[in-house]
Write a protein that binds this ligand. Structure first.
Ligand SMILES: Cc1cc2nc3c(=O)[nH]c(=O)nc-3n(C[C@H](O)[C@H](O)[C@H](O)COP(=O)(O)OP(=O)(O)OC[C@H]3O[C@@H](n4cnc5c(N)ncnc54)[C@H](O)[C@@H]3O)c2cc1C
Length: 612
């Protein structure tokens, strides 16, 4: 059940899970399957489905534009980013049950994209950690356990649009795009026009995100006249989050308590059995000056507080680089230099094109009355503009094997099945709305630019998915109620900026093909003037933001390694009784969107914990 008061917390549980986010909800579900096992989840944010417009918006697929800085976001920001002309960028993170799988923000970055990661991604993890349990073959059972394909928003026959055995029987609902739009036909016709240069993959989640190693490869469906191929975590026109898929259905278990609006403020040690620090209790508080409460775990404490929250809690508890701890006045218990290091994220730039159409969704984004009508329609009939995410085509590409970039730098990708670059075409998915509002695509406000007051737009996001930039997360004080210091060091390497320039050039090449003739008028704004590589690089630094995929700050490494934070079984090095399960443990960022990878890690973690 959900509990809201520290007085309702039992003195002890078998497992205490810190963070009711994406991974935390998976563990809450799996670890409480046995009714004799008592589980507590502690979540800093609140619950879903409150009578609050902002929280309602967490469920509605299209509303990527309505939750800037709301109560469901931690509202973090980065440090000034030298690679982004010194800009400070917003860093959204879910502050609600379901965590980051439950939120979206005004950057339209949350498209609920569902990517398993190529086989290379997992096989590289197995190589890095020396644990074959992380190989693509081994993790497949845990991937199949977390998701299933459900009907798309328009309930069309999706036979042939995905590979059924590549999808499972788990609680997260994943669907193909519903209603076709004119953008898709242009994307697919471009693929057909250039033929072999643009091979396609029927299902990006069947092991390969790349089908051959050439320049400008977009993984497009050759026969996709009726729908696109981006898979999204949407079911029955609603976001399928860790909260709705894993937690909601089991809240009646009497052995599970979910304490909301409460933070874990510190991990409490209780001795040094066998020379290893034993952590078996957590300190909890509802505000910075309020009383502290202690709760004990008989078996394990599992940190699922995310890429920023988990290292923050380790540091505040004296587990991390000794010099940092000393400088913050925190007594050092375990000197683990890698805590908070290796922060990696995917950087993205929105490429805007002016289009010759009055059918984009720009009008609706400019008009709160129209958006209000659509919300009413969604609530009344479950139909309309808001039923789908605003993007249905996704492409991944490798740099050409003869690219000067690869001659200059070692290939940072996981392997030939993985990409260096990604492209997303932002459009609209509902012919119903098309008929009503004459909308098709538009200006996805993604980054520092706001929507112009007039004009119709196509937005193509280009991203670097194999970045070599590495940043860090740290603490400024000894309190969990102070924000962590987040420095993703975006575009801080030559590889990343050169690859971003290549991605931006690819986008322009692609929309210059004949299917876009008469539709794309030309690049909009600064993109129109950025004709040289140097000008494109400058524009990237001016516009780039993150895809919100931070990872790697408590990375896995082999048993006995002097680097890394957790062993391959996700137990914290040098500590007993403590595991970390969330995106912080990724030893390398996948070359794809990462929520499905988090779910898969969490399913394997549950298996490891229960078989301990
Ligand atoms: C705006 C946005 C858009 C995204 N879009 C996509 C997408 O389209 N596709 C995709 O694949 N991925 C996407 N992602 C990334 C993906 O959602 C995350 O990588 C993933 O959900 C992270 O899961 P996690 O379990 O590591 O952390 P989270 O889900 O963030 O969970 C951490 C939880 O811990 C809680 N917490 C933190 N500190 C404490 C504390 N001290 N005490 C108690 N609780 C605490 C937090 O409130 C949160 O609920 C997006 C992320 C964001 C923010």
């Amino acid at each position: 059940k959900i509990i809201q008061s520290l007085n309702e917390v039992r003195a002890g549980y078998d497992y205490v899970i810190v963070g009711g986010g994406t991974a935390g909800c998976v563990l809450a579900n799996r670890l409480s399957e046995n009714p004799r096992t008592k589980v507590l989840v502690v979540e800093a944010g609140g619950r879903i489905r409150l009578s609050n417009a902002g929280i309602l918006a967490t469920e509605i697929p299209f509303l990527g534009v309505t939750l800037p800085g709301t109560a469901v976001d931690w509202n973090f920001t980065s440090t000034p980013q030298a690679g982004l002309d010194g800009r400070i960028i917003p860093y959204p993170r879910g502050f609600v049950l379901g965590g980051s799988s439950s939120i979206r923000t005004d950057f339209a970055t949350d498209l609920m994209t569902w990517n398993r990661g190529s086989n290379d991604v997992w096989d590289r993890w197995a190589r890095i950690t020396h644990d074959p349990g992380w190989s693509s073959e081994s993790i497949q059972a845990f991937y199949l356990k977390n998701n299933k394909i459900v009907a798309s928003a328009d309930h069309h026959d999706t036979t042939g649009e995905f590979v059924p055995p590549a999808h499972g029987h788990g609680p997260v609902e994943v669907s193909l795009p519903g209603f076709p739009t004119e953008l898709e036909s242009r994307v697919f016709n471009t693929s057909k026009e250039v033929g072999g240069r643009f091979p396609f993959t029927v299902d990006l989640n069947a092991g390969k995100t790349i089908v051959s190693n050439q320049v400008d490869i977009f993984n497009l469906r050759s026969d996709a006249a009726l729908s696109g191929f981006m898979q999204s975590s949407i079911g029955e026109a609603k976001r399928s989050s860790a909260a709705t898929a894993y937690l909601g259905p089991i809240l009646n278990r009497t052995n599970l308590d979910v304490l909301i609006n409460t933070r874990a403020t510190k991990l409490l040690p209780s001795g040094l059995p066998g020379g290893r620090l034993l952590i078996n209790a957590v300190e909890l508080a509802t505000n910075s000056s309020g009383p502290r409460h202690r709760v004990t775990a008989n078996k394990e404490i599992i940190l699922c507080a995310g890429t920023f929250g988990s290292p923050q809690l380790l540091l505040l508890s004296g587990i991390g680089p000794k010099p940092t701890l000393i400088s913050r006045g925190i007594p050092s218990l375990v000197d683990l230099p890698s805590v908070g290091q290796n922060l990696t994220d995917h950087v993205a730039v929105a490429n805007y094109f002016l289009v010759n159409s009055n059918a984009t969704f720009d009008a609706i984004l400019r008009n709160s009355t129209l958006l209000g009508e659509d919300l009413q329609e969604y609530l009344r009939e479950g139909e309309g503009l808001l039923v789908d995410s605003p993007a249905n085509t996704q492409g991944f590409a490798r740099l050409p094997s003869n690219s000067p970039i690869l001659q200059q730098f070692e290939d940072p990708s996981a392997g030939p099945l993985s990409a260096h670059m990604e492209y997303i075409f932002i459009n609209l998915n509902s012919p119903f709305i098309y008929a009503r509002h004459h909308l098709q695509d538009g200006f996805g406000s993604f980054g520092p630019l706001t929507q112009p007051s007039e004009g119709n737009f196509l937005t193509v996001l280009s991203g670097v998915v194999s970045p070599t930039s590495r940043g860090s997360v740290s603490v400024a004080s000894s309190s969990t109620f102070d924000d962590p210091v987040i420095d993703p060091a975006l575009l801080s390497t030559d590889f990343d900026i050169l690859t971003m320039v290549q991605a931006m050039k690819d986008v322009q090449t692609f929309v210059s093909a004949s299917p876009w003739a008469g539709f794309v008028i030309g690049p909009f704004g600064d993109l129109a003037n950025a004709t040289t590589d140097a000008e494109k690089a400058a524009l990237a630094r001016k516009l780039a933001v993150v895809f919100s995929h931070p990872a790697g700050t408590a990375a896995m490494s082999p048993v006995g390694a002097t680097w890394g934070v957790v062993d391959p079984d996700l137990t914290v090095k040098g500590v007993k009784g403590l595991r970390i399960v969330d995106a912080s443990v990724f030893p390398a960022i996948p070359e794809s969107h990462i929520q499905a990878v988090v779910y898969t890690v969490a399913e394997r973690a549950a298996h490891l914990i229960l078989n301990n």
